[in-house]
Write a protein of this length. Structure first.
Length: 316
């Protein structure tokens, strides 16, 4: 029998935190935060990390797992989330996964497999090759190893070229074959879980206005000071953690390349664009059940009830 899980996704400022806690209290559930940046300690305001008060006594997982200096990749993330799913089910409770990007959601939902990341030395060689001879040298090598991938990867996209060549080095098979197999799982809805996937949505203008207000609120709560503290501790913009929206935008400000007003506007713009990409991904790939939260007046009880209507779960 497949394990039951619920996923609640949606852009920043859509009300995921309150709605998920409200639902969890109704159905005896615990929450796994599947935002790839909330795993980092000391990054609370910029990631909109749930507070102890907001948890309302509901157990939350995947928060403060790593220091900002540590790397976080999808294979590690998927394994940790899977472990917590099993632990929650062992207690007789239902896991609610909240947040997350499309790639991470797919990895968990459809049990995407990843090879062990033991090729750092070879990866460095490939990047050095691109640095000396240009990315076209990598592209020609990929054409020989995996022509199908070469057809869809731009010759200037060094990162994707390196990953495709590296995958062949790791496994002896083309990454295009792997991607096709994983896509087939999604199209056939082959998942190890009995899942309900909800995406919180609203009118686009309303969303953008709420995002702008959210950024202003984060600044009032001390976002600038939070990022400055990380910057002064020596965390650099090339670290995975510092590439998060809400953090990367401040480095040009600290380096006197942008004014604070320009930085804030850039942060709002990047957040709006990310929200747009998320919604596009949900509509084109994930096929979730959309909950129009603006029509429900952003009321957490109404949102939770709307989700309950689509499940066979009942109130406690």
């Amino acid at each position: 029998m497949k394990k039951k899980i619920i996923l609640i996704a949606g852009p920043t400022a859509s009300g995921k935190t309150k709605a998920s806690v409200t639902l969890a209290k109704q159905i005896n559930a615990e929450i796994i935060c599947t935002d790839s940046m909330q795993v980092y300690k000391h990054m609370n305001i910029g990631t909109a990390k749930v507070t102890q008060d907001e948890m309302e006594g509901v157990a939350h997982y995947m928060i403060d797992e790593l220091e900002p200096s540590q790397s976080n990749n999808v294979a590690w993330f998927k394994d940790k989330v899977t472990t917590y799913i099993n632990q929650i089910h062992a207690k007789g409770k239902i896991p609610i996964l909240v947040g997350g990007t499309g790639f991470y959601i797919n990895a968990i939902l459809f049990d995407t497999t990843f090879e062990d990341d033991d090729t750092n030395e070879y990866r460095s060689e490939l990047f050095n090759l691109a640095k000396v001879h240009g990315s076209l040298a990598l592209y020609h090598r990929l054409e020989e190893l995996d022509p199908d991938s070469a057809k869809v990867i731009h010759p200037n996209n060094t990162k994707r070229l390196v990953r495709a060549i590296e995958y062949y080095y790791q496994t002896g098979t083309p990454i295009s074959k792997h991607n096709f197999e994983q896509k087939s799982k999604r199209l056939q809805n082959i998942s190890p879980y009995d899942y309900h996937f909800f995406a919180l949505n609203m009118d686009r203008a309303t969303l953008y206005n709420r995002i702008n207000q959210r950024v202003d609120m984060m600044l009032q709560e001390g976002l600038l000071e939070e990022v400055k503290n990380l910057y002064e501790q020596g965390f650099t913009e090339d670290m995975v953690s510092m590439k998060a929206i809400g953090y990367k935008e401040f480095f040009p400000y600290f380096n006197s390349e942008l004014s604070l007003d320009e930085t804030i506007e850039k942060l709002k713009q990047n957040t709006r664009r990310y929200a747009k990409r998320q919604l596009t991904w949900f509509k084109n790939q994930a096929d979730p059940i959309f909950i129009e939260v603006d029509k429900l007046e952003f009321d957490a009880d109404k949102i939770a009830n709307a989700m309950l209507l689509h499940t066979n779960l009942t109130y406690n």
